[in-house]
Design a protein around this ligand. Sequence first.
Ligand SMILES: Nc1ncnc2c1ncn2[C@@H]1O[C@H](COP(=O)(O)OP(=O)(O)OP(=O)(O)O)[C@@H](O)[C@H]1O
Length: 598
Amino acid sequence: MDLFYLGRQLITALPSGNGTDVTDLPIKLLEAFVPGYSLFANAAQQWLGFDLRLIMSCIAFFFIAKSTVDFVWSRVYKTLLDYFTSSVHIDGRDDLYTTVLEWISATRPDLSKRSLTARTQYGNQYDSDDEEEADAYMLAKVAVGDHGYFNFSKTASRVPPRYEPDHGQFWFSTPHGTFQFKKNEYTTRGSDGLEHMESCIDLSCIGLTTNPIKLLLNNIKAWTVRKEGSKTIIRVPADERWNGWMRSSERPSRNLDTVILDPEQKSRILQDMNEYLHPLSSKWYASRGIPYRRGYLFSGPPGTGKTSLSFSLAGIFGLDIHIINLMDPSMSENTLSKLFNNLPKRCIVLFEDIDAAGIKKRVDESDSESDAKRAYDDKDASKAEIGKGKSKSRATRRADSTSPSPSPPRKRHRKSKTSTDTDNESKISLSGLLNVIDGVATHEGRILIMTTNHPEKLDPALIRAGRVDMQISFSYATASQIRSLFLRMYAGDNVPSVTAKASGLKTEPMVEVAGKIAGSGDAEPPLAKEELEDLSVRFAAELPEGRFAPSDVQGYLLLYRKKPREAVDKVGVWRDAKLVDMAEKEKNKSAGKKVKRT
Ligand SMILES: Nc1ncnc2c1ncn2[C@@H]1O[C@H](COP(=O)(O)OP(=O)(O)OP(=O)(O)O)[C@@H](O)[C@H]1O
């Protein structure tokens, strides 16, 4: 821009004897900024009889006045906020951050914000505790696809997005006061050298104390607890940078009655945990110099209820479950230690299939180990291979697809034990794991649950008293467990026969489709209590004790979810086929072992 020209225009715009006055100022300025403006203004004046000067003067005045007011107000506002408000900062990585956003979007939909963040809500609107609502849903046929079966995407697409305030600020009032919500975004450079976008929330209130905000946050927490009342939260390690935990998913708390176990075992563990979690317990432990930690080992064949019991206990005691996959390639001793240090005060940490976690042996173990022990290690290594796949699928199964970028499976080559390459093992050594579990600097207050299919393969150091305080053995189903599983499946069945209710609906509900798959007809008429008891006894009598895992029995019963009589009638055929299959597998396994030995 020609500054000399602009200066000249300004000077000539000043009051002078040649008839120019200050009203010419904007015009002259405009001429300076928009060359040719005066030509345009003169033309408008000549042909339209329209004087642009006045309008331009008003607009210029308006903008100058507005900018001045904005500037002064922002200064005053900032000073007021600085001196007369109190605030609480909430980090974007804290659970509270999500909680506050959820609360705002759920309870303050009236907030007329012009900038919102939309989040997909996963789930199925059909998942409802309300029977009538579910029926209405069926009747409206919104959940049924063209083929006549339930169509999940039809229901999922009806779950509206959740809207949260985007960055920016606004005031809102609650019965506890008036608050300012402010969401900020900023970039930080992580240890990986990359820039990451972070966000945070600042809640402020008028006054010189943060008490109203604390009260508000307490209420928000209480709101979340009410909302999630009967849910168990599952957490998995967050991305490495944070060295903390992230919420992976939640599932309805499992009623302990649905885990069929020896009642004495159940009450033993319930009592033990209850005592441990008692508010006075930590003092009791401290006064006796005993570390305040508790460990449990659940052992038994696959599908016998180890994980189910862990989740059920978490639900009963209202604890979150923190799942650690020791076979995760990104899991190092350092990360594991950080994860333990970042555990909440009371929680359950779950190590699944600890025998298959490929834990390296302790460095202090001598080289002169017995051959038997070496053979054990070799077997262990091959188990690690299996366990890797197993724990991988488990991590995915348990922790839901929302977990952070799942690590790619590692390639593994079988090497002799003399090889220095320990690629086939977890990066965590036994001594490292022991240190994390009960080292001097280790977190107190947690409950550690380890599950295993092969307790005999565990290093005695890992399960010594103090690290594992109680062992619970799970076994293949006994006759009474089989009966209980049958009763659990059919007693108090509250899944309504939707076909009957939803007359006019051409399609069958999924429960009946399952029956069709099993080669049977429509749902059976309801059972009287006595008949149910009788069927359960007959069912249990058909199956040998200690041969089938409860998961097998449950899987079979699910095929006849609405047809208990048919389930009893056909169980003999299933049993024989299953036993033949098991014998076959056993034979192949022992043949494989013989080949290995030779
Ligand atoms: N004792 C049981 N009572 C009720 N249900 C059971 C029991 N055992 C297994 N199940 C059912 O079988 C399925 C698998 O159970 P779960 O995952 O708890 O077994 P697990 O012992 O942890 O198996 P794995 O060793 O393979 O992890 C679940 O759906 C569960 O409902």
